[in-house]
Design a protein around this ligand. Structure first.
Ligand SMILES: *[C@@H]1O[C@H](CO)[C@@H](O)[C@H](O)[C@H]1NC(C)=O
Length: 290
């Protein structure tokens, strides 16, 4: 060892010790460190020494994976390259679910495929204490099948934010003070699936999947879960020193707020809050302010 790299190495050791002494998860070395396959082993292929995976949808099956632990608060992100070409009728999802049925909490990203050249739609939904029906949809401003992009869910005591790259596309505030339900007691599993949903996904089910284009392939890498694993130290979730609870993450920054406005003005194609046929009176969270 030369003196030159002794200093960075020392720094690395201090960093490693301070990370391992907290209960917070870091970036895993491989997919199987944090996740397990839940649906169709034959349709998930690992690459890059287990750091990246390929999901396959064909006539026989779709597939899915889930985190080994549940998490209570934190930030989950992964890089995804969606099904290329004619992806109409396919849906890839990345979501968190407390798996508690009628009182479940759930945070959903769903990527709805489209005919070649037509924009992918990202649908988000939020269930709190068993109640969902909070769909929003945005058309992406880039081709998500051309390259990897980062999709993240930030969940702390103050808000839930869905990000596409660094851009917030959805914010759900903790407005418990106004009696609006907020997920905060139930830890959630992180899931992802790729499946066929041509009865509803593309143009409301008008565009059917073209099986002659199968197999449909989606790619995932850079899995990163930072949160309080459950089971784990009971005090973790309420620790105000967790980085995701820090002041910088308690509300959108000015830059994020600008980007969020830009998405809502230019790329939002559906918002349950303004769907008068479903909700003649807007749901309370829509008027509580964001
Ligand atoms: C697919 O493309 C059509 C036509 O551009 C668009 O109206 C629709 O929002 C896109 N997404 C889905 C999921 O249908």
């Amino acid at each position: 060892m030369t003196l030159n790299n002794a200093v960075p190495l020392l720094f690395f050791c201090i960093l490693a010790v301070s990370l391992s002494s907290s209960s917070v998860q870091g970036r895993p070395a491989s997919f199987l460190d944090d996740f397990r396959i839940t649906w169709s082993y034959s349709h998930i292929k690992q690459s890059d020494g287990g750091r990246a995976i390929q999901l396959i949808l064909d006539r026989n099956s779709g597939c899915g994976f889930a985190s080994k632990s549940k998490y209570l608060f934190g930030r989950v992100s992964m890089k995804i390259k969606l099904v290329a070409g004619d992806s109409a009728g396919t849906v890839a999802a990345f979501y968190m679910n407390s798996d508690t049925n009628t009182v479940r909490d759930e945070l959903d990203f769903e990527f709805l495929g489209n005919r070649t050249g037509q924009p992918y739609t990202v649908q988000t939904n939020i269930y709190a204490h068993g109640k969902g029906d909070r769909e929003q949809r945005v058309n992406l401003w880039f081709d998500p099948a051309a390259d990897f992009h980062t999709y993240s869910i930030m969940w702390n005591h103050h808000h839930i934010v869905f990000y596409v790259d660094e851009v917030p596309i959805r914010v759900y505030k903790n407005n418990e003070a106004k009696n609006i339900p907020y997920p905060k007691l139930q830890p959630m599993v992180v899931y992802s699936t790729l499946w066929e949903a041509d009865d509803w996904a593309t143009r409301g089910g008008l565009e059917k999947i073209d099986w002659s284009k199968a197999p449909f392939l989606a790619y995932y890498k850079d899995f990163d879960i930072e949160g309080c694993a459950v089971p784990g130290p009971a005090s973790c979730a309420s620790n105000p020193r967790n980085w995701w609870e820090g002041t910088a993450y308690q509300a959108l920054t000015a830059m994020e707020a600008r980007r969020y406005r830009w998405v809502r003005l230019n790329h939002m194609i559906y918002d349950y809050c303004t769907d008068k046929s479903r909700y003649p009176v807007p749901p309370p969270e829509c008027i509580a302010g964001i």
